[in-house]
Design a protein around this ligand. Structure first.
Ligand SMILES: [Zn+2]
Length: 287
């Protein structure tokens, strides 16, 4: 884990000078793997396959401060401000919130990790206290539509309704306006992306599909996530499945053992662009 001993602008300058001196030691991450395609994903999955380029440096060399989950004690070094997002991996959970999401949140709190949660509007309305908890504990809340339809089959007006009503549900439950939208099944196209963009939101797909919804195996969810994640990856999971919730600790420990930092999308992407589709932080964007 790369750490700095100072914070703020001084830290950035220090980091840059460190980098300049030892660029080769951490400028090039491990060789890119071919991502786990999502061809065996949701039945309606269209084309979320990643397109990594071998040998390409995946992320710009910059220090990205990460918000602390809990304030550090006086004199304590705040580890969260010293993480290099160069080696970060976004962990994302779809389809909640559900009561079992609380179990996951307990694990994330214990492991000091933020994640992204793509909420279904109907569930946000049903469990506003969990939405509030997600927000209060620093997790990233994204939009996953009101009723989980395949957006590519809907009119623009209907797509807009699915998005807008969910944004409203999230805000009314105590969250903030989401910066990210994830179309159910990853089903998107230029038309859908442009409606999402008109809502000032970026499209979040993934490059690592745990297929957790199909096998419902804690061990498989963990091993697929850890084995395929690389710096800049976005891992797709569903917190509505207890098997997935039970895999969280194993995934966090496994990623950290690989030298990767599990983070939320808000921590991985400083400024996602509205209407742009992201499969990972490595290849930037797709149309
Ligand atoms: Zn979903």
């Amino acid at each position: 884990m790369k750490r700095l001993l100072t914070s703020g602008a001084v830290a950035v300058l220090t980091a840059l000078s460190m980098l300049a001196g030892t660029a080769t030691s951490h400028a090039e991450p491990k060789a890119m793997l071919v991502g786990t395609g999502s061809g065996v994903s949701h039945p309606l999955d269209q084309d979320p396959a990643p397109s990594f380029r071998i040998g390409r440096s995946p992320l710009p060399l910059k220090l990205k401060p990460i918000a602390p989950l809990v304030p550090p004690a006086p004199g304590e070094i705040n580890e969260f401000e010293q993480v290099w997002c160069e080696n970060c991996v976004a962990i994302t959970y779809d389809d909640g919130p559900v009561p079992n999401t609380n179990v996951l949140l307990d694990v994330l709190k214990k492991k000091r990790v933020h994640a992204s949660f793509f909420l279904i509007g109907g569930n946000a309305q049903a469990y506003p206290e969990i939405v509030k908890r997600l927000h209060n504990e620093g997790h990233d809340i994204g939009n996953h539509t009101l009723s989980h339809p395949q957006l590519t089959a809907l009119s623009n007006a209907r797509v807009a309704y699915e998005i807008d009503s969910t944004n409203t549900a999230i805000k009314e439950a105590g969250g903030r306006y989401p910066k990210w939208m994830r179309p159910p099944y990853g089903a998107t196209n230029n038309r859908v992306a442009s409606v999402i963009g008109s809502r000032d939101q970026a499209v979040a797909l993934w490059d690592v599909d745990t297929v957790d919804w199909r096998h419902r195996s804690t061990a498989k969810t963990c091993s697929i996530a850890v084995a395929n994640a690389q710096a800049g990856s976005i891992i797709l999971m569903h917190d509505i499945h207890p098997s997935t919730v039970n895999a969280a600790e194993c995934i966090i420990d496994g990623l950290r053992a690989k030298g990767l930092h599990p983070v939320s999308l808000a921590e991985l992407f400083e400024a996602p662009k509205a209407g742009v589709t992201y499969n990972s932080a490595n290849d930037g964007s797709h149309h």
